[in-house]
Each structure stands twice: as structure tokens, then as C-alpha cells.
Write a protein that binds this ligand. Structure first.
Ligand SMILES: NC(=O)c1ccc[n+]([C@@H]2O[C@H](COP(=O)([O-])OP(=O)(O)OC[C@H]3O[C@@H](n4cnc5c(N)ncnc54)[C@H](OP(=O)(O)O)[C@@H]3O)[C@@H](O)[C@H]2O)c1
Length: 288
């Protein structure tokens, strides 16, 4: 028996992170293909504008506000969605955020926030989704990681690590979920032009338009392969570079990321700064 592939006539799509960027654009692609997309995020106004934009498409958007870091809220939402709108055939966990961490002045606050949203924010929906799909003996789950999961990148010591956790977890789950007829996928985008990457003050190689990224993501969901990447060029280069020993990896990555000539922010004395009640590890942008 071949592994389940979700179809719009078989249930809902439950998608987090649908108010902006990749999630918003992907929700529209899915609605165009006839999916009813339960679109989850914190911003009610942005979700409503998404629902308005989807008017007249083959499918529809059901906006639902929820903070994915709130375990009970996500669990309650999923339960309510299933009882009010029907079973979930496809769960897509897109919600995530990027807080840069400068290695020379690491922000503990940024590191914690990263794991709360990017890791626990996924787990809060993933666990009830698996249990719901287990009851149905079928389901499809996609988790949005990042190519930064492949190996350490500048400013991404928290972000990349959180996405590496998702990659590892998805692969580990696949062994058992396959037996339950639940297809699990990891989606690893490269640099996509969204509000998340607007803050980057460095050259982003192979930057992709969000509409193209959304099309590529939905193609990947339909195609069903375990890993979905876009743009392929960046993902392939990073996979190859990560294959080499670190003696090759670091010089190549410094060049690709334009990091060779970057200057670190002026150092501040750690304890003197704490005395001024600024707290440890406030992040400053790296000078270009
Ligand atoms: N853009 C890239 O280059 C890139 C590359 C690789 C991976 N990714 C990943 O792709 C995903 C989407 O990123 P994006 O670039 O589209 O960013 P984005 O435009 O900033 O969108 C992030 C989405 O996540 C939601 N979100 C954030 N925190 C949330 C929370 N606590 N509870 C509920 N929803 C929350 C946001 O909605 P609200 O603010 O309304 O809650 C928004 O809908 C993320 O997981 C990101 O890590 C992006």
C-alpha cells in the first residue's frame, strides 16, 4: 500500500504561520486548489485580509488566531477545529521566527524565544495532529525547517539549531509514522523574500520571491518526498559544502555569506553592562 497523500476532499488543511510570508502565500495556493485552509497566526487583521483575498477561489480560508507557544491554546484550537469543521487531512507547521544572535555578544533572550516558537511552537500542534491522524489511519504532516539546519551559519546559532532539531525530529518520526499511514515531510527553504528576512543586513544568495517559494512548497507537498527544498540551487550547494570537512566548510561559507570582511560590534564590558541594568546579551546588528 502506498503512503497517504492528502487531498482537499479528504479533510482540512491546518496551517500555522499563515498570516504572512511563505505561509500566507502557500495558503492562497492551496485555497486555489480547492483546500479549506484553517489559517493560524496571532494577527487577526492579517488573517482576515487573507480570508478576504481568498474569496471566490475554489477553496476557502478559515482564520483562527492563536499563539503557537501556548500549548493549551493550540490543543484547544485543534480540538475545536475538528469538531466544528471536520477532520484534518494535512497539517503544515510554518510558524517560525528569526532572532539573530551575534556570536560575540550572544542574547540568551533571543535564543530562548527562538526555541519557544520554532521548536515548541511546532510540537504543540504536531503531537495532537499525529494522534488525530492516528485515529483516522491516515494523514500528511509538513514541518517548515530551513537550509540553515544543514550546518552552522553566521547569526543563526539559535535559528539554525532550532531548524536542525526539526529536521532530525521529522526524520526520526518517519520510521513510525509511515507504519500509521501518516506522511511526514520536512520543508527546507533557502532565502525567501518575506518580512522575516527584511532584517538581514547581509547578502542573501539566491533570494527567492515568496510567490515562487509557495508554489514550490505546495508542489513538494503534492509530490510527497520527505524533504522539500527551494530554491534548489542554494540547497544543493549547502548540502555539498556540508559534505566536506570543516577545514573546507568554513572558508567556503565565509565567502558565500560575505562574512570574511565583516567586523564585530565594539565590545562592551560584560559586568559593567549588567550594572547598567541592560541585562546580558542584548543583540546588536553586525556592522557591514
Ligand atoms: N524567509 C526565509 O528566508 C525563510 C528561510 C527558511 C525558513 N523559513 C521559515 O519559514 C517559516 C515562515 O517564515 P516567513 O519568512 O514566511 O516569515 P514571516 O513572514 O515573518 O511569517 C511568520 C509567520 O509565523 C507566524 N508566527 C510567528 N510567531 C508566532 C506565534 N508565536 N504564534 C503563532 N504564529 C506565529 C506569524 O504570524 P503572526 O505574527 O501573525 O503571529 C507569521 O504568519 C518560518 O518557520 C521560517 O523560519 C523562512
Amino acid at each position: 500500500m502506498s503512503l497517504y497523500r492528502a487531498r482537499p476532499d479528504d479533510g482540512l488543511c491546518f496551517m500555522t504561520g499563515a498570516s504572512s510570508g511563505i505561509g500566507r502565500a502557500a495558503a492562497l495556493v492551496l485555497a486555489r486548489k480547492g483546500w479549506t485552509v484553517v489559517s493560524v497566526a496571532r494577527s487577526a487583521d492579517k488573517l482576515q485580509s487573507l480570508a478576504d483575498e481568498a474569496e471566490g477561489l475554489a477553496g476557502r480560508i478559515i482564520p483562527q488566531t492563536c499563539d503557537v507557544t501556548d500549548e493549551n491554546a493550540v490543543n484547544d484550537l485543534m480540538r475545536r477545529v475538528v469538531s466544528e469543521y471536520g477532520p484534518i487531512a494535512l497539517a503544515v507547521f510554518v510558524a517560525g521566527n528569526y532572532w539573530p544572535v551575534v556570536g560575540s555578544d550572544p542574547s540568551l533572550e533571543n535564543m530562548k524565544k527562538t526555541y519557544e516558537v520554532n521548536v515548541f511552537g511546532v510540537l504543540h500542534g504536531l503531537v495532537p495532529a499525529i494522534l488525530h491522524m492516528r485515529d483516522r489511519n491516515k494523514g500528511q504532516i509538513a514541518i517548515v525547517g530551513s537550509v540553515s539546519a544543514y550546518g552552522g551559519l553566521p547569526m543563526a546559532s539559535a535559528y539554525g539549531a532550532s531548524k536542525a532539531a526539526l529536521n532530525n525530529m521529522a526524520a526520526a518520526l518517519k520510521f513510525d509514522l509511515d507504519k500509521l499511514n501518516i506522511r511526514v515531510q520536512i520543508v527546507n527553504p533557502g532565502f525567501i523574500d518575506t518580512p522575516l528576512t527584511e532584517q538581514n543586513n547581509f547578502k542573501m544568495p539566491f533570494l527567492m520571491k515568496v510567490e515562487e517559494a509557495a508554489e514550490a512548497m505546495v508542489d513538494g507537498l503534492e509530490n510527497g518526498s520527505f524533504e522539500v527544498t527551494f530554491p534548489k540551487s542554494l540547497a544543493t550547494i549547502l548540502k555539498v559544502v556540508n559534505f566536506f570537512p570543516y577545514g573546507v566548510y568554513f572558508p567556503v561559507m565565509r565567502r558565500i555569506m560575505g562574512w570574511k570582511d565583516r567586523k564585530l560590534p565594539a565590545p562592551k564590558h560584560f559586568f559593567a553592562r549588567q550594572d547598567r541594568d541592560e541585562g546580558p546579551g542584548k543583540t546588536e546588528a553586525v556592522e557591514g
